[in-house]
Write a protein that binds this ligand. Structure first.
Ligand code: ZN
Length: 444
C-alpha cells in the first residue's frame, strides 16, 4: 500500500528492503536492550532508565523533553490513580522527530520504563538484570515488558534512516514511568499534550502505538483494573490463650474467599462481556501481598492484604469497587466482634476498561504492514490486563492500540523476549511509519 503523503519524488521501499535494513540493526537492538535491562528501573526508581532512553534518543539526533510527574496537578483528572510512590522529581520523556515537509500523518510511540519487582534473585538462572542472550532470547526483568518494544520503535526509525529517508511527519518517542502501578506517568504526558493542544502550541498525534509484549497481535479491548489494600485489625493475645484474641489473618482469608466467589461469578459465561467469551479465565482477582504478625507465639494484631482486581469494560471502576466493598463489609459484619476493624485503602490502579477501534485508518495500515511481513492478518486480542492505551483513548480519543513482540515469563522468573520477534515487529513498525507518515529524503 502506498501512502499519498509520501513526498512524490521519494521512492518507497518494499518489505524485503526494509527487512534487510532492520536485520542489519540486530547488534544495535541487542546492545541497546541489554544495557537497558541492566538498569533496574523498579517503580519509584525509573530515572536512570529515563536517562538511558534520553541517551538512545540523542544518538538518533533527537532531543528529549522532560515531563515531570506532579501528583498535585493530576489529582482532579478522572483517570488519576492514587500514587504508591512519592513524585520524587521523577519525569517522563518525550522526543519528537520533526520532518522538513510535515506532509504526512504523525504517530506517537509510547512505552513504559518501569519494571515490576523480581522476587528472590537466586530463582533466576543468571540474576534478574543480566540482559544476556541465550538461544535467541534476551533475558531480564523488563526485557519483554516492555523495554524491547521501546527498542523496536527506535530501531524502526533508525532502519528508515539507514535507507536515506525519514518519516515525513512528526514521530514522538515517549518513555513513561509508573505504568505498572498507577498509569500516572502517561496521564501526566497526556495531560501536558492536551493542554498544549488547547493552547494551539501543539497538534495532536494522529495515532498512538504502544509496543507492549502482545505476542505480535493487535489489542482490541482491555479490562478495568484496580488495586485495593485491606487492613484488618484483630485482637492480639498470647498463643497459649489464643481464644481470648482474634486473628486478623483468619478474617483476611475469609475476605479472600468471598472475593474469589465474586471472581468466579464474573467469569461465568452468562456474566461476561462479549469480547471475553472465548478466554479461559479473563477476570483475575490476585492476592499479590499479605503481611501480618511478628511473632509465632502471638495472635497478630494486623493483617494487610494487597489485591489487584479486574472488571469488564462495560462497568465503571466505581461500580466495581462498590460491589467489592460490600462483599468485604459483609465479612466484617459476619465476624460479629466489635474489636475487628477493616480499613479499605485505594492506592494504585484506578483504571477503567476500554475498547480500541481497529478499523480506523492507522490501525488498518498497521494490520496491513503486519500482513506483508508475516503473510497473514494479525490476530485481534482481548487483553486481561490494563495498559496505558486507556489514557489516549479516553482523554484524547486518538486511534491507539498495543502491538509488540513475543515475550515469555513477564512478571515471573527468567522473563525474556524473542529477538527474532523483535526483528519482525521492528520491520512492521518501519513499514507502518513509511506508509502512515510518508517518507522524505534525509536532510543534506
Ligand atoms: Zn507492560
Amino acid at each position: 500500500m502506498q501512502d499519498s503523503s509520501t513526498t512524490p519524488d521519494t521512492p518507497t521501499f518494499d518489505v524485503a528492503k526494509i527487512s534487510e535494513a532492520v536485520q542489519s540493526l540486530i547488534p544495535y537492538m541487542i546492545k541497546s536492550l541489554s544495557d537497558f535491562v541492566a538498569i533496574a528501573s523498579l517503580p519509584g526508581n525509573e530515572t536512570p532508565a529515563a536517562e538511558y532512553m534520553e541517551q538512545l534518543l540523542a544518538d538518533l539526533g533527537l532531543q528529549s523533553e522532560r515531563i515531570h510527574l506532579n501528583t498535585e496537578t493530576l489529582k482532579g483528572l478522572p483517570l488519576f490513580s492514587p500514587p504508591c510512590c512519592p513524585d520524587g522529581g521523577r519525569y517522563n520523556i518525550l522526543a519528537t522527530h520533526k520532518p522538513k515537509s510535515a506532509s504526512g500523518r504523525s504517530v506517537l510511540f509510547n512505552g513504559h520504563l518501569d519494571v515490576v519487582p523480581t522476587g528472590p534473585h537466586d530463582f533466576w538462572t543468571n540474576g534478574p538484570f543480566s540482559g544476556e542472550v541465550r538461544d535467541g532470547w534476551l533475558y531480564g526483568r523488563g526485557a519483554g515488558d516492555m523495554k524491547a518494544g521501546i527498542v523496536c520503535t527506535l530501531a524502526a526509525f533508525k532502519a528508515l534512516r539507514s535507507l536515506g529517508v525519514q518519516p515525513a511527519a512528526n514521530v514522538g518517542f515517549n518513555g513513561v514511568l509508573e505504568e505498572e502501578n498507577t498509569g500516572n506517568g502517561t496521564l501526566a504526558v497526556v495531560s501536558a499534550l492536551r493542554n498544549a493542544i488547547s493552547t494551539a502550541k501543539l497538534t495532536a498525534f494522529d495515532a498512538v502505538l504502544i509496543p507492549e509484549p502482545t505476542q505480535e497481535t493487535l489489542q482490541k479491548v482491555q479490562l478495568g483494573v484496580f488495586w485495593l489494600y485491606v487492613d484488618i485489625i484483630g485482637k492480639p493475645a498470647h498463643a497459649g490463650y489464643m481464644t481470648t484474641g482474634l486473628n486478623p489473618v483468619e478474617i483476611g482469608l475469609q475476605i479472600v474467599d468471598t472475593l474469589k466467589e465474586l471472581e468466579h461469578e464474573w467469569n461465568l459465561p452468562e456474566n461476561r462481556h462479549p469480547d471475553y467469551l472465548e478466554l479461559e479465565h479473563p477476570i483475575n482477582f490476585n492476592l499479590g501481598q499479605i503481611h501480618a504478625g511478628d511473632w509465632n507465639s502471638s495472635v497478630p494484631s494486623v493483617c494487610t492484604l494487597g489485591l489487584r482486581l479486574s472488571c469488564y469494560p462495560d462497568i465503571s471502576i466505581e461500580e466495581a469497587k462498590a460491589i467489592v466493598t460490600k462483599r468485604i463489609r459483609d465479612v466484617e459484619a459476619r465476624s460479629n466482634d466489635p474489636d475487628v476493624k477493616v480499613n479499605i485503602r485505594h492506592e494504585g490502579f484506578n483504571a477503567p476498561g476500554c475498547e480500541f477501534d481497529l478499523t480506523t485508518p492507522p490501525m488498518l495500515l498497521l494490520a496491513d504492514a503486519h500482513l506483508r511481513v508475516f503473510g497473514q492478518e494479525p490476530a485481534a486480542r482481548s487483553m486481561t490486563a490494563t495498559t496505558d492505551a486507556r489514557h489516549f483513548k479516553i482523554m484524547l480519543d486518538v486511534p491507539v492500540t498495543c502491538y509488540g513482540p513475543e515475550a515469555s515469563n513477564i512478571h515471573g522468573f527468567d522473563e525474556c523476549v524473542s529477538i527474532a520477534s523483535m526483528v519482525r515487529v521492528t520491520t512492521v513498525l518501519a513499514l507502518f511509519m513509511q506508509d502512515w507518515c510518508g517518507i522524505e529524503p534525509l536532510p543534506a
